[in-house]
Design a protein around this ligand. Structure first.
Ligand code: CMP
Length: 166
């Protein structure tokens, strides 16, 4: 296993259904770290450029309209085999084929409105991350054990955070 980064998009239907926290929670529970996040309402130009690989597909126009229909949340996920891990958490593109317990099986209406997007390979991940965060916004994790909550207390005199279990 190697540490990878993957782009995730919580699409307009996911944001509309107030599923941002639920979806981010699934990523975090699986051990993936969020190292960048931004909410953005895509313009037609941005949506067409992002999905240019699908330009000749019959569903392209509907895909662009859908992706412009409301704001999306774009995230960079980091972790061991993050690209495949994210794909497993999302489930198959068509929710009808997605494993129970995956995001798309649980929340997506159809293959057209399927709640989330995730990078499908290392080259795509690099390209997609640069598309949204090429101008900055990636925040490397600089604290150790930041995926473990609550963190181990090294200094017993330190006042605990009020939210931490005693
Ligand atoms: P996504 O993983 O973002 O990649 C391309 C998107 O096109 C896909 O999710 C769906 O939202 C959309 N789409 C619509 N129809 C189809 C289809 N028949 N096959 C694949 N993707 C489709």
């Amino acid at each position: 296993m190697s540490v990878e980064q993957a782009l995730s998009i919580i699409k307009p239907d996911g944001v509309q259904k107030n599923l941002v926290g639920e979806i981010v929670g699934r990523f975090e529970k699986a051990g993936l770290e969020i190292i960048a996040a931004r909410m953005i309402h895509l313009s037609r130009e941005q949506a067409e450029e992002f999905y240019t690989v699908h330009k000749e597909r019959p569903f392209f126009d509907d895909l662009i309209s859908y992706m412009m229909s409301g704001p999306v949340m774009v995230l960079v996920l980091q972790g061991d085999s993050a690209i495949n891990a994210n794909r497993e958490i999302m489930g198959a593109t068509n929710p009808a084929d997605a494993e129970p317990g995956t995001i798309r099986a649980d929340f997506a209406e159809s293959i057209e409105e399927n709640i989330v997007h995730g990078s499908d390979g290392p080259d795509t991940a690099l390209q997609e991350i640069a598309f949204f965060f090429g101008d900055g916004g990636i925040c490397p994790r600089t604290r150790q054990d930041c995926t473990k909550w609550p963190p181990a207390r090294s200094n017993s005199n330190r006042r605990p955070h009020p939210m931490w279990p005693v």
